[in-house]
Write a protein that binds this ligand. Sequence first.
Ligand code: PAF
Length: 257
Amino acid sequence: MKIIESVQELRDWRKQVSTEQSVGFVPTMGALHLGHTSLLDFCNDENDVSIISIFVNPTQFNDPSDFEKYPKTWETDLALCEKYGADVIFAPRSREELYPDHYHYRIHENQFSNELCGEFRPGHFDGVLSVVMKLFNLIKPTRAYFGEKDHQQLSLIEGMTKAFFMDVDVIPCPTVRESSGLAMSSRNLRLSPIEKELAPMLYQTMREFRDLDQAKASLTKLGFKVEYLVDKVEPKGTRRYAAAWLGNVRLIDNVKL
Ligand code: PAF
């Protein structure tokens, strides 16, 4: 497994991959868990070469303290990448590697980005789309793998690749859940033992109640601070989206109704 820390080295590596070979890409911010490794499994099955990026992208954090507190588990991440067969890890050594322009240039979507998570995290999706665009331009993946847990992110990335005629297949992968139903997330590492017991109730409540007000009331009674709980009619059917805080940890989830 090769570890690449600079854009120059990444470009050099990409040049020597044969045009005959397919390149699968799994973008992450580290603190890897079984959700990420399932993306690597799909990636390995469908491509000749697998590359994973590990970069806590500063531009997608609207709250600096959330950025500071984002879990970092480099040694475990390395071991998981090795175990799950990544050929290359791209882990930029500094933010300047990916932002030599100091983020003067950015990708902005002007509709869905302002809803759901975007309403509460201004600029978040500009940061996500900008870094994904940069990574796609450098890695030139044949396929890129994203979890359905971040469904709004997935839709926006699909939209961006279509809008900019980008030559990459975005592959949606199912949310991986703990046996309790809690969606796997790097942020779960920050839950206290009591919060960890409560957290699965988000998913359970989203599925149990038809009525949104009742679901919200039930979550609030349990101790969640609900940011949004919304049913959205989409071309592929209705999807229920939620974001809620447990203590200092923000959880998101979505289910197809
Ligand atoms: O989903 C994530 O971990 C991040 O938003 C992504 C796609 C790696 C961009 O930083």
